[in-house]
Design a protein around this ligand. Structure first.
Ligand code: PEP
Length: 244
């Protein structure tokens, strides 16, 4: 049975005072629900703050990226094992902003997913096509290639991963894929995951998810939750999405 999961991605936003308010709201208003999980992926410097604010409640926390290496001369990088020491449970890997702005290839994303698992974190592996790729009919080819790279890197451990379909044209643009558009891609991802023995992996949708559109997306049979950027910075919006 697949878990329902909503993951917030704060991106490079936040500050001690604002985080304290947001984390306190989430901690007090989200209670444990069977097979329903709520996660916030905070900037790495705030992991200790997230741990202190959330460790006695039901909300979990994660990071937005990890190094593909476990330790060593990689200045500025954060290893999965380091994040795990702060009680962190999840790591986003392969976000389109990392692929586009930091040149992360499918191979690197696969290696980061493997490093996250090895360090004790659940990777949330992101895939998604650009507007140009969608317009020239390459959506299926692109997301299949991206998810196959993670499947190849993880092998049998793929069943311990989470996948997020995030069409790049919908991220931070206010333009959401329709539930039917998202479902079509989720079904494709599900069939590739099932063929790899990982059909029960949670597949999240991400891209301008808000309180007002979450329920329609979550009604689709292969959408198991959301990866939420902007709206995860607003407690009311984020909790409305989580409750949907
Ligand atoms: C994201 O950053 O993963 C994302 C989906 O952003 P937004 O919800 O703001 O589109």
């Amino acid at each position: 049975m697949r878990d329902k999961l909503v993951v917030g991605n704060w991106k490079m936003n936040g500050g001690l005072a604002a985080n304290a308010k947001l984390l306190a709201r989430l901690a007090s208003e989200w209670t444990h629900r069977e097979r329903r999980k709520l996660v916030v992926c905070v900037p790495a410097p705030y992991l200790g703050q997230a741990q202190a604010a959330l460790s006695s409640g039901a909300v979990m926390w994660g990071v937005q990226d990890v190094s593909e290496h476990a330790s060593g001369a990689y200045t500025g990088e954060v290893a999965a094992g380091m994040a795990a020491e702060f009680g962190c449970r999840y790591a986003i890997v392969g976000h389109s902003e990392r692929r586009r702005l930091h040149g992360e290839t499918d191979r690197v994303v696969g290696a980061k997913a493997a490093a996250a698992l090895a360090g004790g974190l659940v990777p949330v592996a992101c895939v998604g096509e650009t507007l140009d790729e969608r317009e020239r009919g390459a959506t299926e080819e692109v997301v299949a290639r991206q998810v196959d790279a993670v499947i190849e890197a993880l092998g049998a451990a793929m069943c311990r991963c989470v996948v997020a379909y995030e069409p790049v044209w919908a991220i931070g643009t206010g333009r959401t894929a329709s539930p039917e558009q998202a479902q079509a891609v989720h079904a494709l991802l599900r069939s590739r995951l099932a063929a790899a023995g990982a059909g029960d992996v949670s597949v999240l949708y991400g891209g301008s998810v808000k309180g007002s559109n979450a329920a329609a997306l979550f009604a689709m049979p292969d959408i198991d939750g959301a990866l939420v950027g902007g709206a995860s910075l607003d407690a009311d919006e984020f909790l409305t999405i989580a409750r949907a």
